[in-house]
Design a protein around this ligand. Sequence first.
Ligand code: PAF
Length: 283
Amino acid sequence: MQIIQRLDEFREWSRQNRTVQRALVPTMGALHEGHLSLCDRAREEVGAGGHVVATVFVNPTQFGPNEDLDAYPRQLEEDAKACEKRGVDVLFAPNPADMYFPDASVEIHENVLSTGLCGASRPGHFTGVCTVVAKLFNLAQPDVAVFGEKDFQQLAVIRRMVRDLNFPVQIVGGNTVRESDGLAMSSRNLYLTDAERTQAPVIYRSLCEVRDGIADGPVKSPQDAIAMLEAKIGSAAPAKIDYLQCVHPETLEPLNEFGEGGYRLIVAVFFGKPRLIDNLGPV
Ligand code: PAF
């Protein structure tokens, strides 16, 4: 596996390998099985003869002023070993000073899907995400890019950006990978205290119970679903609910009733400092 940190070197690699199918897995590092499963998915997309490119870049522009940018785990050596073991061909890990000009003045705003949910709690977050993902697409020139479904809103926003700006990239969603007790894998799980870690699986447990309730009949409306989630998750100290919603899976609009288009239960919950997100749709 090649590790590339310089932008000009990465561009050159990209240019020289233009004829080989290429799948990109953008990450912020601290890689866990969830990320590595995205690399597997990327390999499935391009096959043995293709190139899987992973990126590790803790993108400063998607963190708010009071968020955990400085504390965000950075472990490039371990990440590189994990990528190599998983058959990644190139790991691109640029320095922040090289990625952004000090007087950078162009950003990409998505104005509809980004406004609610995490966008409401984290103003500017999706502008940072769209801008860095667009830059990574321009540098890496991938045919396919894989993003985790755990970040359901992010996936929807990136699909919309690609559609609206005609990026020649196919976006693939990778399944959420979970710990054995159901907690969705996340770099932020590292920050949970033992007590918080013990309680955190209530999120997925509750999502499953509500989903089953919808399928079996007792949960008749999105409002019932939200009330049930609130009761279950809200009663598990020290959970502090940021949002709980039942939305249309593509428009991310809150639903008033269940219909043909399906639904997504989507939550963000603070357990102490860490803010955990998760989501679930019909089986
Ligand atoms: O999902 C993430 O880790 C980040 O938001 C991404 C897509 C790598 C952009 O920085």
